[in-house]
Design a protein around this ligand. Sequence first.
Ligand code: ADP
Ligand code: MG
Length: 352
Amino acid sequence: MKNSKTGFLLIFRNIIPAVIIAAGFFSCRNPSSTSDVISFEAMNTFMSIKCFGKKASMANKAAKSKILQTEKLISVTDTESQIFKINNSSDTESLLTEELDFLISQSLDAAVKTNGAFNPFLYPITKEWGFTTKNYHVPNDARIKELLPLTDYNKAHKKGNVLFKAPGMQLDFGGIGKGFAGDLAIETLKENGISSAVLDLGGNIQLLGKKPDGNDWNIGLRNPWKADAEPVFALKLSDCAVITSGGYERFFTGDDGKEYIHIFDGKTGRSVDNELVSVTIITKKGITGDLLSTALFVMGKEKAMDFWKKSPDYDFEMILLCKDNSAVLSEGIEKRITKLADFSKIEICKKQ
Ligand code: ADP
Ligand code: MG
């Protein structure tokens, strides 16, 4: 099992040497410093935040604490988390706190709008495959058939701040939690007077404002085909989330020699295996980027392109990278991209 999320996207070393993936993060200890980097582990991944401003250090500490607090809220393994309690209670009605209420509303809405490609009730399946217990195995058909009815999001609904669900249904916010936490962290930074920051939350990049010099941030999209290769695209962006889902970092190899990734098709209960290696979503909010990156990965290339063209519900741009070394770019992102690698083909997805 590979589980080394060091960030799918990275800020170019030559442009912003301080905010970089992986090791070597530093923390500015000078209290009068106008920038600060904080690095820590949360949500089963490595995170770092660089922010600029007089209160940078204090703001970063507050943002980190908000992320850890969010993890405590939605962890499926922490016995003290609200999600653990909801998942393991025989009660079919649960009173939701404000944050959970928002997260569940967004998730149920996304399940409907993506026709189940994003499904927040997949925990019986993800757990069975061993992705939370680390007891990785391929379940047999009978077991999957038994579990699938428990993942039917149509059997759950919300009334006010109460969640109603059928017995045995369990939530898994792995596909949306980091984006949600990123949005909350950005709010916290803003409350602390920060207007320029870059967050790398295990490959989810969220940008607050522009660089302190007023220019866009320069983001590198990591090569999913070849570890440690140079980025494949450079993107000039500000004030948005750049969120990637891929199968190449979290997977296990079954007894049959096949690789099984951590993203599941809720219709079959099986690990997704299609033509895509990764989906990157560029949009305003982390929560939207996170749910869409997972959903479009499940849909596969053609349906993802169709969804981008037709969905009236979400405003986003996308980059699809495929196993055959080709790429699909939605037309709105094309002008912000510089190609840095060779592709077998680059297709531009247009609305008409
Ligand atoms: P990552 O966590 O690697 O950034 P994703 O955002 O795509 O990648 O989230 C994958 C996680 O989402 C899985 O580990 C699992 O917890 C959950 N998940 C898997 N398949 C789905 C799905 N179809 N809908 C919603 N959540 C999913
Ligand atoms: Mg996601």
